[in-house]
Design a protein around this ligand. Structure first.
Ligand SMILES: [Zn+2]
Length: 321
């Protein structure tokens, strides 16, 4: 009996100590969560839900892609969104064609199953020739963005741009590319400009989501008016969840926030509609009246808030480790 009481007291004492130690961390979590919610407002609900509220997942395994889902789950019509930027993505993932005086730069390439119809077919529907795609910039080597890279490389001899660590991960993968891998081509580096005719995309190396995630800054025109886009290359926390990885991720969010502010970006884009509401905003384009703001133009302050959400939510996740 004495032993039992002693054990109970020890457990109780241990719990007391644990809760005392946990309190500052818990209040920090609440503070970062509140900051993230405030930054998200109603602009970035999808981003907030995914990285601050939904349970986190670890890195994906090196397995073959599953069967293609039904077309009705992903297909959406392509659209001209700016004078020189065209959406050729799906309901879930984005792929963008940036036209120039000397050809096209394609940004991200969806899953392999969607790439032929959405990108190649979509460009044709919009009057663009996919054979004019000179560069394909891949934000990171996950299947939902790199899936069409091999097609573009093989069929149109497009040059593929990716950061070194993500080229490495493709080369190391045993199972993820049953239909073949894109061959290592241009190694994108921090600050590098991918220039074509009168268009130029500046790469910002933002490791975290993957070791080689590339974000981007580039200009488009809306009815002749130049606008700067900050394109976030990777968002979710499906990487090794430990403090060093979260620190890398957090630093990258701050670096991209700075790059966006320096460039005067007023448009925030991501490669998932979940994070930037691309597909919904494209629908709104149809109802846009002369003189109304472009649905993608959210302003510098809102662009900054996006990176505040990912920064704060990463701090929440790190404190919860
Ligand atoms: Zn990814």
């Amino acid at each position: 009996m004495k032993i039992r009481i002693g054990a109970a007291l020890t457990v109780g004492a241990a719990l007391g100590i644990a809760s005392a130690l946990a309190q500052p961390a818990a209040s920090n979590i609440e503070a970062h969560l509140a900051a993230a919610k405030a930054a998200a407002g109603f602009d970035f609900t999808g981003t907030l839900a995914r990285v601050c509220i939904a349970p986190q997942t670890g890195p994906g395994r090196d397995v073959a892609p599953g069967p293609a889902p039904a077309r009705s789950t992903w297909f959406t019509e392509p659209a001209k969104v700016f004078d020189n930027l065209y959406f050729v993505g799906t309901k879930i993932h984005s792929s963008w064609a940036l036209t120039s005086s000397d050809g096209i730069i394609l940004i991200d390439t969806l899953y392999e199953y969607a790439s032929d119809e959405a990108i190649v077919g979509g460009m044709k529907k919009l009057g663009l020739d996919p054979a004019n795609v000179k560069y394909v910039i891949i934000s990171h080597a996950h299947g939902d963005h790199v899936g069409g890279a091999k097609l573009m490389q093989d069929r149109f001899k497009s040059r593929i741009v990716m950061a070194a660590p993500d080229w490495d991960s493709i080369e190391k993968s045993v199972n993820q590319y049953p239909n073949g891998k894109p061959k290592r081509d241009i190694v994108g580096a921090d600050g590098q400009k991918i220039a074509l005719g009168d268009a130029s995309v500046t790469l910002v190396f933002t490791p975290g989501h993957t070791p080689g995630t590339l974000s981007m800054i580039f200009q488009v025109k809306d009815q002749g008016r130049p606008l700067t886009i900050a394109y976030s290359g990777g968002t979710a926390f499906n990487f090794v969840n430990d403090a060093p990885h979260f620190d890398i991720y957090i630093n990258s969010q701050r670096k991209m926030a700075e790059a966006a502010a320096r460039a005067g970006a007023t448009v925030l884009m991501s490669n998932h509609s979940e994070f930037d509401n691309a597909v919904t905003k494209i629908k709104l384009m149809a109802a846009r009246k002369a003189g109304e703001a472009h649905p993608f133009e959210i302003g510098r302050e809102a662009v900054a808030r996006y990176f505040k959400v990912t920064d704060e939510c990463a701090q929440v996740a790190k404190l919860r480790l």
